[in-house]
Write a protein that binds this ligand. Structure first.
Ligand SMILES: Cc1cc2nc3c(=O)[nH]c(=O)nc-3n(C[C@H](O)[C@H](O)[C@H](O)COP(=O)(O)OP(=O)(O)OC[C@H]3O[C@@H](n4cnc5c(N)ncnc54)[C@H](O)[C@@H]3O)c2cc1C
Length: 874
């Protein structure tokens, strides 16, 4: 230990914060026999509920759920008076918990932790407070709150105002009386929306300054929901278990109704039910797709706007109160009691800062470009530096003096939102990268505290002194958090979830949106895999289990889960006819594919029989266009013009090229080399008929997915060997290029991801005799890679065929071809092509389309819009 330090006291653990998190953490660590010190800047326990004493402050998760569940006796002893309890009642509850478990004796109030430094020699943290105290600890736990650092009033002249100033998040304990006063409220987030109706009852004049209108629905407060109380009384443990394994931390039956396909009657009925229920998770779950599909989201958003318009009498005020710059749910929606109706009172006025911005605050009031307002009091309801504010407010230095603020300057980086590399034994409760503010926080808090307690217990039992995430585990978790957010509409909003409310804060989506249940599973899996992604050291031991806990794209994992649940027979156990019927049945359930200018079916001559084709012509620009001859997937056995129709439409719409999808002969009726011969013949025919097909002569590319990629690659080799036609480029999406099935990607991904080793074997058996499987027309990787057209090769991380695709890309590159290799991270063999189903495939297909467009001399890529990708609104 550093000898020069003034050692006052040593603890096993120091906890910052005595709110829901800190209190339970203290209890759990005490149970483990640890010595613990808790510091809180507040004068008592409560955290959020100590500070936020503004009129109308309440929880907006029902009290049946917004409470601890770790102590069944406590649950029996405490009865909530309302569905949504007031701040004083929640504070009383937390005081009751603190007394019941005699927690106060280890808490030092009115004390702010100012710095924390890791001492490498001592393997301990040195903690300093604003009271000059310094303590040492093995474990440093930041239970400092996600919404505990108020945003400063960054308005010109804010300090000049001579009247009363209030911040909702630091409300005076003696309260405030606005009777007869002219009051300004700046901010219309949750706190503003809660306090405005109550302040309006006292003030003689109330002026609300609104920067962004927010969605809010009536809370319908009253007694706790009877159905929930009944479930709790029947089987409390089962109810709590269901909450822990739910998406948001409340047991809610998820719907599978899609907004875009539901009838108008169903839409209305579902919306009305959620509106009447007055609960956040109900209105956020009207449709299964409202969080990811703009069209579905618009349906809910517009219905809420209808309600706002009918509640507010003045049409211009109503319109100003209607949120239109963000999708519903991408900013935290609010629950209110008479909020919108308050604007019908004659002494209440709304000032829309988008049309009338504040220029400065004066001694007497607030000046906008058009008006000067005089006030007796200004109330700031301007929100928080969310999720990272309290963590960054402490001067934290980890290994080698690494500063947390510096490490996180580009945005926070954590493993599971629990720890961050370079800061051993520093735990965060509901840190960035965990579900936290997107969930019922009491459930998330208990889960984090339990995980940390379990981790500390395991370390002590195994004799480890330090734990820290690996760089790989942390960066992969960050990628997973971003992947989860990217498939939703959330990143399109300028929200505090994105850090957008704090000037200069990096724009990253801070919480984990994959769900409380998925998150809990990931945390549990980390432990069951021997603390995967962590390095633990102590007593001469150094154990590092480096690795990645979640690498698959979240929507791909979801679809796999749904498919597994359908209990379909494995394809390889079926006859070819039955397998085709099963595939056709699946195809029929797909969502609508993107629109293109024109779709026509025709036939072209094949080597033995006519080959059906489908031609996709782009809506714009006007032709002629480059042409792409496309071959569908299906292991040479399955598939047809319908099976890959959405992908062909997508390629056509994104590139502005004509796509000619060709249906070749299938095995086992027509075995090798029938498919390859058909492919080459089709390329020759399209080349010869380019003009009549609306194409530009000489601008011809080939493309294919899976077995279609196989015959596309073969067609290129055959064209080379035959001296034509000239092919501008080959797009091979997850192609079969070899018959060898022993590459590592087969071992890694040969089971469970739709295309399995067994299925691939079935395909080969149907297609080609073992003696033919080394023929380059079956396995193009075995052919000469020389003089082949430029290639775009797409490989998927979780595809058995990945490594042969990689090998083909390398072989072509080594032979001098121009190769663009797109590695689809977290995707399977099928997922990139699942247009309209797998949202995370869209950015990959955007890259594919660009590569395809780049094969041709003139720029042809059409802008990618609307249905093809999420676009921001505003
Ligand atoms: C008005 C409001 C309403 C909310 N309603 C809900 C709801 O209905 N449902 C829900 O799930 N969530 C709600 N939340 C989120 C709420 O913050 C959490 O539910 C929960 O109370 C967080 O508990 P916590 O202990 O993690 O953090 P907090 O309650 O924020 O406690 C953190 C404590 O740490 C202390 N602290 C921070 N930094 C330091 C330091 N450096 N030194 C010393 N002390 C420090 C703070 O003083 C604070 O007391 C609400 C938040 C607000 C602001």
């Amino acid at each position: 230990m550093n000898q020069t330090a003034t050692v006052s006291e040593q603890f096993d653990a120091v906890i910052v914060g005595a709110g829901f998190s800190g209190l339970y953490m203290l209890h759990r660590l005490r149970q483990l026999g640890l010595s613990v010190k808790v510091f809180d800047a507040a004068g008592d326990v409560g955290g959020t509920w100590y500070w936020n004493r503004y009129p109308g402050a309440r929880c907006d998760i029902p009290t049946t759920d917004y409470a601890y569940s770790f102590d069944p006796e406590l649950e029996k002893e405490w009865t909530w008076s309302e569905k949504y309890a007031t701040q004083p009642e929640i504070l009383d509850y937390l005081r009751f918990v603190a007394d019941r478990h005699r927690l106060r004796s280890d808490i030092e109030f009115s004390t702010t932790v100012t710095s924390a430094r890791w001492d490498e020699q001592a393997k301990r943290w040195r903690i300093a407070t604003d009271r000059g105290k310094e303590v040492w600890c093995r474990y440093y736990i930041m239970a400092s709150g996600c919404l505990s650092i108020p945003k400063s009033a960054d308005i010109e002249g804010a300090g000049r105002f001579t009247g009363q100033v209030y911040f909702t998040s630091q409300w005076p304990h003696e309260g405030a009386d606005f009777t007869g006063q002219r009051v300004a409220i700046i901010g219309t987030g949750s706190s503003g929306i809660q306090c405005i109706p109550l302040i309006a009852r006292q003030a003689s004049q109330l002026t609300v300054f609104q920067r962004t209108p927010n969605f809010s629905i009536p809370a319908r407060n009253g007694p706790a929901p009877a159905d929930r109380l009944m479930q709790l009384s029947e089987d409390r443990a089962a109810y709590r278990h269901a909450a822990r394994w739910s998406r948001g931390g409340i047991p809610v039956e998820p719907t599978d109704v899609l907004g875009v396909t539901a009838s108008e009657a169903v839409r209305r009925e579902r919306f009305e039910a959620a509106w009447e229920q007055g609960e956040l998770f109900a209105i956020l779950g009207v449709f299964a797709d409202q969080g990811v599909n703009p069209a579905s989201n618009d349906i809910v958003a517009e219905m809420i706007r209808e309600r706002i318009r009918s509640a507010v009498e003045d049409a211009a005020t109503a319109e100003a109160l209607c949120p239109k710059d963000h999708y519903f749910g991408t900013k935290r929606p609010c629950l209110d009691t008479g909020y919108f109706e308050t604007y019908n009172l004659p002494h209440v006025r709304l000032v829309d800062l988008r049309t009338q911005p504040i220029t400065s605050i004066s001694e007497q009031g607030i000046d906008t470009a058009d008006e000067s307002f005089g006030f007796d009091a200004i109330v700031y309801a301007t929100g928080f530096d969310a999720m990272t504010g309290a963590l960054a407010a402490v001067d934290v230095a980890g290994r080698g003096g690494l500063s947390l603020a510096e490490k996180w300057a580009p945005g926070p980086s954590t493993y599971l939102g629990l720890m961050t590399a370079g800061f051993p034994n520093l735990f965060m409760i509901t840190g960035p990268g965990s579900p936290s503010v997107l969930s019922n926080m009491t459930v998330s808090i208990e889960q984090h505290v339990d995980w940390v307690a379990g981790c500390v217990k395991d370390m002590r039992e195994a004799g480890f002194e330090t734990i820290e995430p690996t760089a790989l585990a942390e960066s992969a978790w960050g990628e997973h958090v971003r992947d989860c957010a990217a498939i939703t509409l959330h990143p399109t909003a300028s929200s505090w979830y994105m850090g957008a409310n704090v000037p200069g804060k990096p724009r990253v989506f801070l919480p984990y949106i994959g769900g409380v249940n998925a998150y809990r599973q990931a945390c549990d899996d980390v432990v069951s895999q021997g603390y995967l992604g962590f390095r633990r050291t102590g007593r001469g031991r150094d154990q590092c289990r480096d690795g990645v806990i979640r690498s698959m794209q979240p929507d791909v994992a979801m679809v796999l889960e749904v498919m597994a649940g359908l209990g379909l027979p494995p394809m390889e156990t079926l006859s070819a006819a039955d397998a085709r019927a099963l595939m056709a049945a699946t195809t029929a359930t797909r969502p609508p594919a993107p629109e293109v200018g024109e779709v026509t079916d025709g036939v072209m001559p094949g080597p033995e029989e006519d080959l059906p084709y489908r031609l996709y012509r782009p809506a714009a620009p006007a032709g002629p266009h480059p042409i792409v001859v496309y071959f569908h997937g299906g292991g040479w056995v399955l598939g047809d013009l319908d099976s890959d129709d959405p992908l062909c439409r997508d390629l056509c719409a994104r590139t502005g090229a004509v796509v000619v999808s060709v249906n070749y002969r299938h095995a086992p009726e027509a075995r090798f080399p029938a498919a390859a011969q058909d492919a080459f013949k089709a390329v020759q025919w399209v080349d010869a008929n380019a003009v009549s097909l609306g194409g530009i002569p000489g601008q011809l590319a080939v493309a294919g997915w899976s077995a279609g990629g196989n015959i596309a690659a073969v067609a290129c080799q055959m064209a080379r060997d035959a001296g034509g036609p000239r092919i501008a480029g080959q797009l091979l999406i997850c192609p079969v290029v070899d018959s060898e099935m022993t590459r590592p990607s087969y071992a890694e991904n040969g089971d469970g991801y739709i295309l399995t080793t067994a299925l691939m074997r079935w395909f080969w058996d149907h297609y080609a005799d073992p003696a033919d499987r080394g023929d380059p027309r079956a396995a193009p990787l075995r052919g000469s890679p020389d003089d082949l057209p430029p290639a775009c090769i797409v490989t998927a991380e979780c595809d058995p065929l990945r490594d042969e695709g990689v090998a083909y890309a390398r072989a072509l590159e080594a032979a001098g071809a121009t190769v663009r290799h797109i590695r689809a991270r977290g995707h399977t063999h099928t997922s990139v092509t699942m247009v309209g189903v797998i949202i995370s495939g869209a950015p990959v297909r955007a890259q594919i389309a660009q590569a395809l467009a780049d094969f041709f001399p003139a720029p042809i890529a059409a802008p990618v819009t609307g249905a093809l990708s999420h676009s921001s609104i505003g």
